[in-house]
Design a protein around this ligand. Structure first.
Ligand code: FES
Ligand code: FES
Length: 176
């Protein structure tokens, strides 16, 4: 058995240690907010946070996540009110939506590291692919979140509070 800490909750799961974290999340735990795109760490659709850092979970063995703090899109907020999610909604960022949970996770990690990023900071950090070409709206939404983002650090508060990840509503990305 492998024990993981996901969105503030400890979970035991019986999987092979080399299984990618993405498979554990989606197939093992039914947390489908994190998407499968390329499977080779190129597109970023599968981005989650490990100890606050953006990680491409399709290429991250679950054994490496033991003892780490994992946050998925379901854990970013309980009601889609994280400043990055609100900025995404305010600026109508998604088109098809498929890449957007990964984009939001990458953007929220960037804002934790750099609260007021420049365009250059954003371009360097946001390497996720969007086949719909929403890059300009993503950049605008990150600036918007930086300006309005009291509580950008809510992931940390969330983790310290501890929330049942299975009860979390992932409405923002559920249609992606
Ligand atoms: S599915 Fe993981 S980077 Fe594309
Ligand atoms: S919104 Fe369609 S792939 Fe990004």
């Amino acid at each position: 058995m492998i024990q993981l800490n996901i969105n503030g909750q400890d979970q035991l799961i019986d999987v092979e240690p080399e299984m990618p974290l993405l498979w554990v999340l989606r197939d093992g735990l039914g947390m489908t907010g994190t998407k499968f795109g390329c499977g080779i760490a190129q597109c970023g659709a599968c981005t989650v946070h490990i100890n606050g850092q953006p990680v491409r979970s399709c290429s991250y063995p679950v054994s490496a996540a033991v003892g780490q703090k994992i946050v998925t899109i379901e854990g970013l907020s309980t009601d889609s009110t994280h400043p990055v999610q609100e900025a995404w909604l305010n600026l109508d960022v998604p088109q098809c939506g498929y890449c957007q949970s990964g984009q939001i996770m990458a953007a929220s990690a960037l804002l934790e590291r750099i609260p007021k990023p420049t365009d250059k900071d954003i371009d360097e950090a946001m390497t996720n692919i969007c086949r719909c070409g929403t890059y300009q709206r993503i950049r605008a939404a990150i600036h918007h979140a930086a300006e309005t983002g009291k509580g950008i650090g809510s992931v940390i508060h969330y983790l310290s509070d501890g929330v049942d990840s299975k009860s979390v509503d992932s409405e923002l990305i559920s249609n992606a």
